[in-house]
Design a protein around this ligand. Structure first.
Ligand SMILES: Nc1ncnc2c1ncn2[C@@H]1O[C@H](COP(=O)(O)OP(=O)(O)O)[C@@H](O)[C@H]1O
Ligand SMILES: [Mg+2]
Ligand SMILES: [Zn+2]
Length: 511
Protein backbone atom coordinates (compact mmCIF):
# COMPACT_ATOMS: atom_id res chain seq x y z
CA UNK A 1 0.00 0.00 0.00
CA UNK A 2 1.28 3.44 -0.87
CA UNK A 3 2.61 5.45 2.04
CA UNK A 4 0.14 8.07 3.12
CA UNK A 5 1.71 11.08 4.75
CA UNK A 6 0.92 11.40 8.43
CA UNK A 7 -0.80 14.76 8.02
CA UNK A 8 -3.42 13.18 5.76
CA UNK A 9 -3.67 9.90 7.55
CA UNK A 10 -4.27 11.58 10.88
CA UNK A 11 -6.48 14.49 9.95
CA UNK A 12 -8.91 15.22 12.77
CA UNK A 13 -12.38 13.80 12.27
CA UNK A 14 -14.28 15.60 14.99
CA UNK A 15 -14.07 18.91 16.77
CA UNK A 16 -12.84 17.09 19.85
CA UNK A 17 -9.90 15.72 17.92
CA UNK A 18 -8.65 19.16 16.91
CA UNK A 19 -5.59 19.62 19.07
CA UNK A 20 -5.10 22.97 20.78
CA UNK A 21 -8.15 24.71 19.30
CA UNK A 22 -10.56 24.13 22.16
CA UNK A 23 -12.11 27.60 22.05
CA UNK A 24 -12.94 27.38 18.37
CA UNK A 25 -14.23 23.84 18.71
CA UNK A 26 -16.50 24.64 21.64
CA UNK A 27 -18.03 27.68 19.97
CA UNK A 28 -18.70 25.83 16.74
CA UNK A 29 -20.20 22.85 18.56
CA UNK A 30 -22.50 25.13 20.53
CA UNK A 31 -23.65 26.88 17.39
CA UNK A 32 -24.48 23.55 15.77
CA UNK A 33 -26.25 22.16 18.81
CA UNK A 34 -28.37 25.26 19.22
CA UNK A 35 -28.99 25.51 15.47
CA UNK A 36 -27.62 29.04 15.35
CA UNK A 37 -25.89 28.73 12.04
CA UNK A 38 -24.29 31.59 10.21
CA UNK A 39 -23.87 31.69 6.46
CA UNK A 40 -20.23 32.79 6.52
CA UNK A 41 -17.26 31.66 8.62
CA UNK A 42 -13.75 33.04 8.50
CA UNK A 43 -10.98 30.86 9.94
CA UNK A 44 -7.76 32.74 10.61
CA UNK A 45 -4.41 31.41 11.76
CA UNK A 46 -0.97 30.35 10.59
CA UNK A 47 -0.48 27.30 8.43
CA UNK A 48 -0.93 23.84 9.74
CA UNK A 49 -3.03 24.65 12.80
CA UNK A 50 -6.25 23.01 11.68
CA UNK A 51 -8.22 25.52 9.60
CA UNK A 52 -8.92 23.21 6.67
CA UNK A 53 -9.52 20.33 9.05
CA UNK A 54 -12.05 22.40 11.00
CA UNK A 55 -13.72 23.55 7.78
CA UNK A 56 -14.23 19.94 6.73
CA UNK A 57 -15.44 18.92 10.17
CA UNK A 58 -17.96 21.76 10.09
CA UNK A 59 -19.04 20.74 6.60
CA UNK A 60 -19.54 17.14 7.72
CA UNK A 61 -21.45 18.32 10.77
CA UNK A 62 -23.79 20.32 8.57
CA UNK A 63 -24.21 17.71 5.86
CA UNK A 64 -23.87 14.25 7.43
CA UNK A 65 -26.52 12.10 5.79
CA UNK A 66 -26.98 9.84 8.80
CA UNK A 67 -28.82 12.55 10.70
CA UNK A 68 -31.75 14.64 9.65
CA UNK A 69 -30.26 17.81 11.04
CA UNK A 70 -26.77 19.21 11.66
CA UNK A 71 -24.88 17.23 14.28
CA UNK A 72 -21.65 17.60 16.27
CA UNK A 73 -20.95 13.89 15.84
CA UNK A 74 -20.97 13.26 12.10
CA UNK A 75 -21.02 9.56 11.29
CA UNK A 76 -17.71 9.11 9.38
CA UNK A 77 -19.28 6.50 7.10
CA UNK A 78 -22.02 8.06 4.98
CA UNK A 79 -21.22 9.11 1.42
CA UNK A 80 -21.03 12.77 2.37
CA UNK A 81 -18.76 12.27 5.35
CA UNK A 82 -16.34 10.13 3.37
CA UNK A 83 -16.29 12.39 0.32
CA UNK A 84 -15.88 15.57 2.37
CA UNK A 85 -12.94 14.08 4.24
CA UNK A 86 -11.22 13.61 0.89
CA UNK A 87 -12.19 17.05 -0.34
CA UNK A 88 -14.20 15.41 -3.15
CA UNK A 89 -17.82 15.99 -2.24
CA UNK A 90 -20.30 17.31 -4.81
CA UNK A 91 -21.93 19.64 -2.33
CA UNK A 92 -18.82 20.79 -0.54
CA UNK A 93 -16.71 22.69 -3.00
CA UNK A 94 -13.15 23.48 -2.02
CA UNK A 95 -11.58 26.42 -3.80
CA UNK A 96 -8.00 27.44 -3.50
CA UNK A 97 -8.15 31.20 -3.81
CA UNK A 98 -4.42 31.32 -4.43
CA UNK A 99 -4.93 29.77 -7.86
CA UNK A 100 -8.43 31.10 -8.55
CA UNK A 101 -7.94 34.74 -7.76
CA UNK A 102 -9.98 36.24 -10.57
CA UNK A 103 -13.39 37.80 -10.65
CA UNK A 104 -14.57 35.21 -13.18
CA UNK A 105 -13.96 32.38 -10.76
CA UNK A 106 -16.15 34.03 -8.18
CA UNK A 107 -18.82 34.95 -10.72
CA UNK A 108 -19.04 31.31 -11.71
CA UNK A 109 -19.24 30.37 -8.06
CA UNK A 110 -22.07 32.86 -7.62
CA UNK A 111 -24.15 31.49 -10.41
CA UNK A 112 -23.60 27.99 -9.06
CA UNK A 113 -24.88 28.98 -5.66
CA UNK A 114 -28.34 29.22 -7.18
CA UNK A 115 -28.51 25.46 -7.67
CA UNK A 116 -29.59 23.43 -4.72
CA UNK A 117 -27.22 20.91 -3.20
CA UNK A 118 -27.19 17.53 -4.94
CA UNK A 119 -27.76 15.27 -1.98
CA UNK A 120 -27.13 17.02 1.33
CA UNK A 121 -28.66 19.90 3.25
CA UNK A 122 -26.23 22.63 2.31
CA UNK A 123 -24.04 23.69 -0.52
CA UNK A 124 -20.82 24.61 1.21
CA UNK A 125 -17.95 26.57 -0.27
CA UNK A 126 -14.61 26.23 1.45
CA UNK A 127 -12.37 29.01 0.15
CA UNK A 128 -8.79 28.54 1.23
CA UNK A 129 -6.28 31.42 1.38
CA UNK A 130 -9.17 33.78 0.73
CA UNK A 131 -6.94 36.85 1.15
CA UNK A 132 -5.46 36.06 -2.28
CA UNK A 133 -8.62 37.03 -4.14
CA UNK A 134 -8.44 40.07 -6.40
CA UNK A 135 -10.42 43.17 -5.53
CA UNK A 136 -12.95 42.37 -8.23
CA UNK A 137 -13.33 38.86 -6.90
CA UNK A 138 -13.84 40.14 -3.37
CA UNK A 139 -16.56 42.46 -4.61
CA UNK A 140 -18.31 39.64 -6.39
CA UNK A 141 -18.02 37.47 -3.29
CA UNK A 142 -19.38 40.27 -1.16
CA UNK A 143 -22.60 40.36 -3.13
CA UNK A 144 -23.16 36.68 -2.48
CA UNK A 145 -22.24 37.02 1.15
CA UNK A 146 -24.76 39.81 1.57
CA UNK A 147 -27.70 37.69 0.58
CA UNK A 148 -26.79 34.09 0.03
CA UNK A 149 -29.51 31.58 -0.75
CA UNK A 150 -30.54 29.74 2.41
CA UNK A 151 -28.87 26.53 1.30
CA UNK A 152 -25.42 28.09 0.91
CA UNK A 153 -22.65 28.32 3.51
CA UNK A 154 -19.22 29.84 3.11
CA UNK A 155 -16.21 28.75 5.12
CA UNK A 156 -13.17 30.85 4.35
CA UNK A 157 -9.68 30.28 5.64
CA UNK A 158 -6.72 32.60 5.63
CA UNK A 159 -3.24 32.87 7.00
CA UNK A 160 -3.37 36.65 6.59
CA UNK A 161 -6.54 37.97 8.10
CA UNK A 162 -5.34 41.55 7.75
CA UNK A 163 -5.61 41.26 3.99
CA UNK A 164 -9.25 40.23 4.05
CA UNK A 165 -11.36 43.36 3.46
CA UNK A 166 -13.36 44.59 6.41
CA UNK A 167 -16.54 44.36 4.34
CA UNK A 168 -16.01 40.61 4.00
CA UNK A 169 -15.00 40.16 7.62
CA UNK A 170 -18.06 41.97 8.90
CA UNK A 171 -20.31 39.51 7.11
CA UNK A 172 -18.65 36.45 8.61
CA UNK A 173 -18.15 34.91 11.98
CA UNK A 174 -14.44 35.08 12.59
CA UNK A 175 -12.50 32.38 14.42
CA UNK A 176 -8.86 32.75 15.33
CA UNK A 177 -6.89 29.54 15.40
CA UNK A 178 -3.96 29.51 17.76
CA UNK A 179 -0.46 28.24 17.32
CA UNK A 180 -0.44 24.84 18.96
CA UNK A 181 1.67 24.59 22.13
CA UNK A 182 4.66 22.26 21.84
CA UNK A 183 3.40 19.95 24.64
CA UNK A 184 0.15 19.36 22.81
CA UNK A 185 1.97 18.67 19.58
CA UNK A 186 4.21 16.25 21.46
CA UNK A 187 1.23 14.45 22.97
CA UNK A 188 -0.34 14.12 19.53
CA UNK A 189 2.92 12.70 18.15
CA UNK A 190 3.02 10.13 20.91
CA UNK A 191 -0.47 9.03 20.05
CA UNK A 192 0.37 8.76 16.36
CA UNK A 193 3.64 6.89 16.85
CA UNK A 194 1.89 4.45 19.13
CA UNK A 195 -0.57 3.66 16.38
CA UNK A 196 2.26 3.36 13.87
CA UNK A 197 4.02 1.05 16.34
CA UNK A 198 7.20 3.01 16.19
CA UNK A 199 9.44 3.27 19.20
CA UNK A 200 10.82 6.70 19.86
CA UNK A 201 13.30 8.41 22.11
CA UNK A 202 11.14 10.90 24.10
CA UNK A 203 13.74 13.58 23.43
CA UNK A 204 13.06 13.27 19.72
CA UNK A 205 9.37 13.93 20.26
CA UNK A 206 10.05 16.97 22.38
CA UNK A 207 12.52 18.37 19.94
CA UNK A 208 10.39 17.84 16.84
CA UNK A 209 7.41 19.30 18.66
CA UNK A 210 9.43 22.41 19.38
CA UNK A 211 10.78 22.67 15.88
CA UNK A 212 7.22 22.55 14.61
CA UNK A 213 6.85 26.05 15.95
CA UNK A 214 3.14 25.81 16.63
CA UNK A 215 2.25 24.16 13.33
CA UNK A 216 1.03 20.57 13.55
CA UNK A 217 1.54 20.08 9.85
CA UNK A 218 5.18 21.21 9.97
CA UNK A 219 5.77 18.87 12.88
CA UNK A 220 4.13 15.97 11.10
CA UNK A 221 6.18 16.45 7.97
CA UNK A 222 9.36 16.36 10.01
CA UNK A 223 8.09 13.17 11.58
CA UNK A 224 7.38 11.82 8.09
CA UNK A 225 10.98 12.46 7.15
CA UNK A 226 12.15 10.55 10.19
CA UNK A 227 9.85 7.63 9.44
CA UNK A 228 11.02 7.55 5.84
CA UNK A 229 14.41 6.43 7.14
CA UNK A 230 12.67 3.14 7.78
CA UNK A 231 13.97 2.49 11.28
CA UNK A 232 11.64 1.08 13.91
CA UNK A 233 13.09 3.35 16.58
CA UNK A 234 13.54 7.09 16.21
CA UNK A 235 16.68 8.50 17.81
CA UNK A 236 18.28 11.89 18.24
CA UNK A 237 21.05 10.97 15.80
CA UNK A 238 18.49 10.37 13.11
CA UNK A 239 17.00 13.74 13.81
CA UNK A 240 20.35 15.38 13.23
CA UNK A 241 20.54 13.60 9.89
CA UNK A 242 17.14 14.72 8.77
CA UNK A 243 17.25 18.35 9.75
CA UNK A 244 18.54 20.64 7.08
CA UNK A 245 22.20 21.19 7.87
CA UNK A 246 21.83 24.90 7.77
CA UNK A 247 19.05 24.76 10.31
CA UNK A 248 20.93 26.10 13.32
CA UNK A 249 24.39 26.28 11.90
CA UNK A 250 24.04 29.42 9.83
CA UNK A 251 22.46 31.34 12.65
CA UNK A 252 25.01 30.05 15.09
CA UNK A 253 27.71 31.23 12.77
CA UNK A 254 26.04 34.61 12.61
CA UNK A 255 25.97 34.98 16.37
CA UNK A 256 29.62 33.98 16.47
CA UNK A 257 30.32 36.76 14.03
CA UNK A 258 28.46 39.20 16.25
CA UNK A 259 30.64 38.09 19.14
CA UNK A 260 33.71 38.73 17.00
CA UNK A 261 32.44 42.19 16.00
CA UNK A 262 32.56 40.95 12.45
CA UNK A 263 29.80 43.09 10.99
CA UNK A 264 30.86 42.39 7.42
CA UNK A 265 30.77 38.64 7.98
CA UNK A 266 27.38 38.93 9.66
CA UNK A 267 25.96 40.72 6.64
CA UNK A 268 27.25 38.04 4.30
CA UNK A 269 25.69 35.37 6.51
CA UNK A 270 22.42 37.31 6.48
CA UNK A 271 22.56 37.24 2.71
CA UNK A 272 23.02 33.46 2.78
CA UNK A 273 20.07 33.08 5.14
CA UNK A 274 17.82 35.13 2.89
CA UNK A 275 19.01 33.25 -0.18
CA UNK A 276 18.12 29.97 1.53
CA UNK A 277 14.52 31.09 1.82
CA UNK A 278 14.18 32.98 5.08
CA UNK A 279 11.90 35.97 4.95
CA UNK A 280 13.21 39.02 6.79
CA UNK A 281 10.63 38.65 9.49
CA UNK A 282 11.30 34.97 9.93
CA UNK A 283 15.00 35.69 10.02
CA UNK A 284 14.60 38.20 12.84
CA UNK A 285 12.46 35.70 14.70
CA UNK A 286 14.86 32.84 14.18
CA UNK A 287 17.83 34.90 15.23
CA UNK A 288 15.98 36.03 18.35
CA UNK A 289 15.17 32.39 19.11
CA UNK A 290 18.81 31.51 18.69
CA UNK A 291 19.86 34.32 21.01
CA UNK A 292 17.22 33.20 23.48
CA UNK A 293 18.61 29.67 23.48
CA UNK A 294 22.07 31.05 24.17
CA UNK A 295 20.71 33.27 26.92
CA UNK A 296 19.04 30.31 28.62
CA UNK A 297 22.30 28.39 28.44
CA UNK A 298 24.12 31.35 29.92
CA UNK A 299 21.62 32.14 32.66
CA UNK A 300 20.46 28.65 33.61
CA UNK A 301 23.64 26.75 32.81
CA UNK A 302 24.47 24.20 30.11
CA UNK A 303 22.45 21.41 31.70
CA UNK A 304 19.18 23.29 31.76
CA UNK A 305 16.02 21.48 30.74
CA UNK A 306 14.73 24.58 29.07
CA UNK A 307 16.93 24.03 26.07
CA UNK A 308 16.88 21.13 23.66
CA UNK A 309 20.30 20.98 22.03
CA UNK A 310 21.15 18.62 19.23
CA UNK A 311 24.17 16.73 20.54
CA UNK A 312 26.18 17.60 17.47
CA UNK A 313 26.09 21.32 18.18
CA UNK A 314 25.78 21.34 21.95
CA UNK A 315 29.39 22.11 22.67
CA UNK A 316 29.58 24.92 20.15
CA UNK A 317 26.41 26.53 21.51
CA UNK A 318 27.52 26.27 25.11
CA UNK A 319 30.84 27.90 24.29
CA UNK A 320 29.13 30.62 22.33
CA UNK A 321 26.66 31.27 25.13
CA UNK A 322 29.51 32.32 27.40
CA UNK A 323 30.64 35.07 25.10
CA UNK A 324 27.88 37.48 26.03
CA UNK A 325 26.66 38.50 29.42
CA UNK A 326 23.10 38.80 30.61
CA UNK A 327 22.66 42.47 29.80
CA UNK A 328 23.91 41.82 26.32
CA UNK A 329 21.29 39.12 25.83
CA UNK A 330 18.51 41.34 27.07
CA UNK A 331 19.70 44.04 24.74
CA UNK A 332 20.05 41.79 21.72
CA UNK A 333 16.61 40.30 22.13
CA UNK A 334 15.00 43.68 22.46
CA UNK A 335 16.81 44.95 19.37
CA UNK A 336 15.65 41.92 17.42
CA UNK A 337 12.08 42.21 18.63
CA UNK A 338 12.02 45.86 17.66
CA UNK A 339 13.47 44.90 14.32
CA UNK A 340 10.85 42.25 13.73
CA UNK A 341 8.09 44.74 14.38
CA UNK A 342 9.65 47.47 12.28
CA UNK A 343 10.37 45.44 9.17
CA UNK A 344 6.77 44.45 8.93
CA UNK A 345 5.78 48.03 8.24
CA UNK A 346 8.79 49.22 6.36
CA UNK A 347 9.79 49.14 2.73
CA UNK A 348 13.37 49.18 3.94
CA UNK A 349 13.20 45.88 5.78
CA UNK A 350 16.51 44.62 4.55
CA UNK A 351 18.32 47.86 5.36
CA UNK A 352 16.82 47.84 8.84
CA UNK A 353 17.92 44.26 9.33
CA UNK A 354 21.43 45.01 8.18
CA UNK A 355 21.62 48.11 10.35
CA UNK A 356 20.52 46.08 13.36
CA UNK A 357 23.22 43.48 12.69
CA UNK A 358 25.89 46.13 12.28
CA UNK A 359 24.75 47.60 15.54
CA UNK A 360 24.84 44.28 17.36
CA UNK A 361 28.19 43.40 15.84
CA UNK A 362 29.99 46.59 16.60
CA UNK A 363 29.47 45.99 20.34
CA UNK A 364 31.93 48.50 21.65
CA UNK A 365 31.13 49.98 24.95
CA UNK A 366 27.84 48.88 26.20
CA UNK A 367 28.20 48.54 29.92
CA UNK A 368 25.65 47.83 32.53
CA UNK A 369 25.14 50.11 35.46
CA UNK A 370 26.10 47.23 37.72
CA UNK A 371 29.42 46.83 36.04
CA UNK A 372 30.06 50.58 36.21
CA UNK A 373 29.24 50.60 39.88
CA UNK A 374 31.47 47.63 40.46
CA UNK A 375 34.31 49.32 38.69
CA UNK A 376 33.86 52.55 40.61
CA UNK A 377 33.68 50.66 43.83
CA UNK A 378 36.96 49.06 43.12
CA UNK A 379 38.50 52.46 42.55
CA UNK A 380 38.81 52.35 38.78
CA UNK A 381 37.78 55.13 36.47
CA UNK A 382 34.88 54.52 34.22
CA UNK A 383 35.62 54.81 30.58
CA UNK A 384 32.22 54.62 29.10
CA UNK A 385 31.05 55.14 25.62
CA UNK A 386 30.08 58.56 24.58
CA UNK A 387 26.56 59.07 23.40
CA UNK A 388 25.63 57.57 20.11
CA UNK A 389 27.76 58.30 17.18
CA UNK A 390 30.88 59.15 19.12
CA UNK A 391 33.25 56.40 19.74
CA UNK A 392 34.34 56.29 23.30
CA UNK A 393 37.32 54.49 24.61
CA UNK A 394 37.73 52.31 21.60
CA UNK A 395 36.25 48.94 20.99
CA UNK A 396 36.08 46.70 23.96
CA UNK A 397 36.12 43.00 23.70
CA UNK A 398 32.86 41.33 24.36
CA UNK A 399 32.12 39.51 27.50
CA UNK A 400 34.52 36.71 26.73
CA UNK A 401 37.18 37.98 29.07
CA UNK A 402 35.38 40.46 31.28
CA UNK A 403 31.96 39.15 32.03
CA UNK A 404 30.67 42.51 33.15
CA UNK A 405 31.05 44.09 29.77
CA UNK A 406 28.34 43.58 27.26
CA UNK A 407 28.21 44.41 23.64
CA UNK A 408 26.13 47.22 22.41
CA UNK A 409 27.06 49.36 19.58
CA UNK A 410 27.04 53.07 19.86
CA UNK A 411 26.56 53.09 16.15
CA UNK A 412 23.42 54.91 15.30
CA UNK A 413 22.33 54.23 11.78
CA UNK A 414 18.73 54.97 10.92
CA UNK A 415 18.08 51.77 12.66
CA UNK A 416 15.11 50.78 14.70
CA UNK A 417 14.78 52.82 17.78
CA UNK A 418 16.83 51.72 20.70
CA UNK A 419 14.47 49.48 22.52
CA UNK A 420 13.83 49.67 26.11
CA UNK A 421 15.09 46.41 27.40
CA UNK A 422 12.88 44.32 29.49
CA UNK A 423 13.56 45.28 33.05
CA UNK A 424 16.82 43.87 34.12
CA UNK A 425 17.08 41.90 37.31
CA UNK A 426 17.34 44.19 40.29
CA UNK A 427 20.79 45.49 40.80
CA UNK A 428 22.31 43.94 43.81
CA UNK A 429 24.83 46.26 45.28
CA UNK A 430 28.21 44.75 45.50
CA UNK A 431 30.53 44.81 48.39
CA UNK A 432 30.69 48.24 49.96
CA UNK A 433 33.67 50.21 48.86
CA UNK A 434 34.10 53.92 48.43
CA UNK A 435 34.04 55.99 46.39
CA UNK A 436 30.94 55.38 44.42
CA UNK A 437 28.90 57.26 41.95
CA UNK A 438 25.35 56.44 42.61
CA UNK A 439 22.10 57.25 41.00
CA UNK A 440 20.13 59.94 42.73
CA UNK A 441 16.42 59.52 43.18
CA UNK A 442 15.37 63.05 42.24
CA UNK A 443 15.04 63.54 38.53
CA UNK A 444 16.30 67.07 38.74
CA UNK A 445 18.06 66.91 35.44
CA UNK A 446 16.75 64.52 32.86
CA UNK A 447 19.50 62.76 31.06
CA UNK A 448 19.79 63.68 27.47
CA UNK A 449 18.87 60.80 25.28
CA UNK A 450 22.22 59.52 24.28
CA UNK A 451 21.39 58.24 20.89
CA UNK A 452 20.71 59.62 17.48
CA UNK A 453 17.05 59.81 16.78
CA UNK A 454 14.38 61.28 18.95
CA UNK A 455 12.80 57.85 19.00
CA UNK A 456 15.63 56.57 21.08
CA UNK A 457 14.61 58.54 24.09
CA UNK A 458 11.97 57.08 26.24
CA UNK A 459 9.33 59.75 26.14
CA UNK A 460 8.26 61.04 29.48
CA UNK A 461 10.78 58.97 31.29
CA UNK A 462 13.38 61.27 32.70
CA UNK A 463 16.54 59.51 33.49
CA UNK A 464 18.41 60.38 36.58
CA UNK A 465 22.03 60.70 35.77
CA UNK A 466 24.56 59.14 38.00
CA UNK A 467 26.52 61.74 39.87
CA UNK A 468 29.30 61.43 42.28
CA UNK A 469 28.47 62.42 45.79
CA UNK A 470 30.97 63.57 48.33
CA UNK A 471 30.18 61.01 50.99
CA UNK A 472 30.69 57.31 50.22
CA UNK A 473 27.39 55.49 50.49
CA UNK A 474 26.77 52.58 52.73
CA UNK A 475 25.40 49.30 51.34
CA UNK A 476 22.02 50.31 52.76
CA UNK A 477 22.23 53.57 50.81
CA UNK A 478 22.88 51.62 47.69
CA UNK A 479 20.09 49.20 48.29
CA UNK A 480 17.65 52.00 49.03
CA UNK A 481 18.70 53.93 45.98
CA UNK A 482 18.38 51.03 43.62
CA UNK A 483 14.95 50.12 44.91
CA UNK A 484 13.56 53.56 44.01
CA UNK A 485 11.35 53.13 40.96
CA UNK A 486 12.79 56.21 39.31
CA UNK A 487 16.30 55.03 39.83
CA UNK A 488 15.36 51.65 38.47
CA UNK A 489 14.00 53.26 35.37
CA UNK A 490 17.11 55.29 34.96
CA UNK A 491 19.21 52.20 35.35
CA UNK A 492 17.18 50.35 32.80
CA UNK A 493 17.66 53.23 30.47
CA UNK A 494 21.39 53.15 30.98
CA UNK A 495 21.47 49.52 30.17
CA UNK A 496 19.74 50.12 26.92
CA UNK A 497 21.96 52.91 25.82
CA UNK A 498 25.27 54.46 26.67
CA UNK A 499 26.24 56.57 29.54
CA UNK A 500 29.25 58.63 30.21
CA UNK A 501 29.38 58.95 33.92
CA UNK A 502 32.31 61.30 33.79
CA UNK A 503 30.59 63.61 31.41
CA UNK A 504 27.59 63.86 33.63
CA UNK A 505 29.68 65.70 36.13
CA UNK A 506 30.05 68.66 33.89
CA UNK A 507 26.69 70.38 33.93
CA UNK A 508 26.63 70.66 30.20
CA UNK A 509 23.27 70.05 28.72
CA UNK A 510 22.21 70.55 25.19
CA UNK A 511 18.56 70.29 24.43
N1 LIG B 1 -5.24 21.37 15.52
C1 LIG B 1 -4.84 20.22 14.95
N2 LIG B 1 -5.03 19.04 15.56
C2 LIG B 1 -4.64 17.89 15.00
N3 LIG B 1 -4.03 17.81 13.80
C3 LIG B 1 -3.80 18.97 13.14
C4 LIG B 1 -4.21 20.21 13.68
N4 LIG B 1 -3.87 21.17 12.80
C5 LIG B 1 -3.29 20.56 11.78
N5 LIG B 1 -3.24 19.22 11.96
C6 LIG B 1 -2.63 18.24 11.07
O1 LIG B 1 -2.02 18.96 10.00
C7 LIG B 1 -2.66 18.66 8.76
C8 LIG B 1 -2.93 19.95 8.04
O2 LIG B 1 -3.81 20.74 8.77
P1 LIG B 1 -4.82 21.76 8.11
O3 LIG B 1 -6.11 21.64 8.80
O4 LIG B 1 -4.83 21.59 6.63
O5 LIG B 1 -4.10 23.10 8.50
P2 LIG B 1 -4.35 24.57 7.96
O6 LIG B 1 -5.54 24.53 7.07
O7 LIG B 1 -4.53 25.40 9.19
O8 LIG B 1 -3.09 24.92 7.23
C9 LIG B 1 -3.93 17.94 9.15
O9 LIG B 1 -4.21 16.97 8.17
C10 LIG B 1 -3.62 17.30 10.46
O10 LIG B 1 -2.99 16.07 10.26
MG1 LIG C 1 -5.42 24.71 4.95
ZN1 LIG D 1 -22.04 11.09 7.83
Amino acid sequence: MAYKVLARKYRSWTFDELVGQEAVATTLKNAIQTQRLHHGYLFCGTRGVGKTSAARILARSLNCLSFDQPTVEPCRTCESCVAIAEGQDVDVIEIDAASNTGVDNIRELRSNTLYRPARARFKIYIIDEVHMLSTGAFNALLKTLEEPPGHVKFIMATTEAKKVPATIQSRCLRFDFRSIPAEKIAAHFEHILQQEQIEVDPQVIRRVARLANGSMRDGLSLLDQLLSLGADKLTMDMLDDVLPVSYDATLTQLVEQLAEHDAGGALVTLDACLASGYSLERFAEALAEQVRTLMLLNVCGPTTNLVELPPAVAERMIELSKRFDQEAYVFMISVLEELRRNIRFSALGRALTEAALVRLASGTSYRSVQSLLAQLESGGTVGVAAPAGQAASGPRPMASAAPAAAPVAPVAPPAPAVPRPTPAPPATPRSPAPPVARPEPAPSRPAKPPASSGKQALPGKPATPARSVPKPPTPEDLRAATSEPLVREAMDLFQATLVNVERQEQPKQKE
